[in-house]
Design a protein around this ligand. Sequence first.
Ligand code: C2E
Ligand code: MG
Ligand code: MG
Length: 596
Amino acid sequence: MDRAEIALMAIAFISCTLLILGIALIVMYVERKKAYQQAKRNFNQYRSLFAYNPDIVLQLDRTGMIIEANLAYEKITGWSQNLKKSIIDFLPAHDAKIVENHLAAVSQGEVRHYETVLIGEGSRHIHVQVSNVPIMLEKEITGIYWIASDITERKKAEETIQHMAYHDELTGIPNPRMFQKRLEEALAEAKEKQTELAIFFIDLDRFTMINDRFGHIFGDRVIKVLSKRLQACLAEGELIARLGGDEFAFLLPTVTDHSQISAFSEKVLKQFEQALIVDEMEFHLTPTMGIAVFPQDGEDVESLTKHADKAMFRAKELGNERVQFFNREMEDDGFQQFQLENALRKALEHKELVNYYQPKVDIHTNQIVGMEALIRWIKPDGTMVSPADFIPVAEETGLILPIGKHVLREACMQNKKWHDEGKPPLIVSVNISYVQFRQPDFLDTIREVLEESKLPPQYLELEITEGIAMYDIPSVIQTLRELQQLGIKISIDDFGTGYSSLAYLSQFPIQALKIDKTFIQGAENNPTNQAIILAIMAMAKSLGINIIAEGVEESKQLSFLREHGCHVVQGYYFSPPISPQKFEDFLATFLAGYHR
Ligand code: C2E
Ligand code: MG
Ligand code: MG
């Protein structure tokens, strides 16, 4: 190969190399440009993902300082995008520590998801669902992305659902589910700390009558007003719940001394002393309360609640007890009631149910004007059972119908006998249960007994309780009118203890109101009782109704009543209820001027 050829080859080689190099450069340039454009596109995409993201996106440094915030941050929180503070400054104290821990983990390369609350402008609480990811730059963590979506609405909905699940819709106070949950928690704590706890079940007496009489909407209003009042009894940690209808429950989670329990029940009872005012109507509701204490009355939710309920029912049965503690004898309640019912049936057959009589005295003339027939169950061994103990069972089982008729017949026959014997003609009063009064054949029974005994109707008085007035008013008025047409007198017994809407009284053909003995007793030095008595008297006077005071035991009470215009009195001051034989003796002594 000559020189010229070598030179040519060299040129060709160099040219080729240059060409290849040129091509490579061009390719590199194109690639670079592409990469640059890609990066630019990526950056723009990221910017728009950052800027227009509907979620909050914050770029934080590794300590949590906000380096950059997007528009959503400003929109959602109300804070300026340019506020350079630590994210921790926008968290409530109890969340700050937790979030700090998350941030520390993320700055070590972890990813974290959690919920927290951001404090927005004006101290608004914004619930957020947060994701934290590390910002990696060339394998080095330079900061943290803090991405948060606003879940406040969802949280609110959740809270509403939660509230609904655990609260009573009408009153807003806890419901049975909440009561059970809190009782479970309290029991666990009491077991651990070896303390006691108490639960109280409360049922309103005769509340169904309010519903029957005024409708459920009105009844609901009464419950609402009452629940507000009952909440006032609570100290910190204590709980009230509405168990349904007219039943409430209280939880005292820590009882260190039993006097705490009685003090609490007193406090609750006090709430019932003042009249409730609903739609300008005044009510006096009375509660019945059953109490069960951990650990002696039960160690779990089920047995404690069952026993509080039992105690409450026992209090109802007893009728005269507002508050009843559970005791083991109540375990077999159903059986006991069944036994009592059977025994009562037998007592009726075996004529163990007899009438006692308590005189009624005219306060001004000092004459006996009548007597109240009060039933007594005298067992063959001579023990006597108080009607307060068996009348409620008799009412529940319907046995009150034959028993009531028996009392009425005895009373009329006895009175007629005394009339026939030439004793001063007195009026006999007979207590009528609402169960009897509601019977369709009630009037027929009365007529039948009057006919049978031949007692002139003007010598019979029926004592009904306020509760009767809460049934279908027109039919009650109708029955009362027919009784009045027969010539029978009507009085309202135990007045003031039940439901004191007085509006209906003026429509009722009644002759007398009997002020309940609880107002009379201690009236001489109890201004509230005095005020109640005076108010009842003023009202009765304006309606032309007589006033009878029951339970008069002391001469001071008598003077007070006499002074303020009471007409007739009845009570141990003159005589307790006594057998017919003793009543005859009493009458004889009285007539002889003993009491004049
Ligand atoms: P009530 O009709 O209000 O009768 C008055 C009650 O007060 C009677 O109790 C009487 O013994 C008592 N009492 C009278 N004076 C005094 C006093 O000065 N001090 C005190 N602490 N108490 C006095 P009792 O006889 O135990 O009767 C209780 C309730 O049982 C009666 O209350 C009445 O609601 C009911 N009851 C009694 N007999 C009958 C009946 O034949 N039929 C019906 N349906 N219920 C009756
Ligand atoms: Mg009575
Ligand atoms: Mg009474």
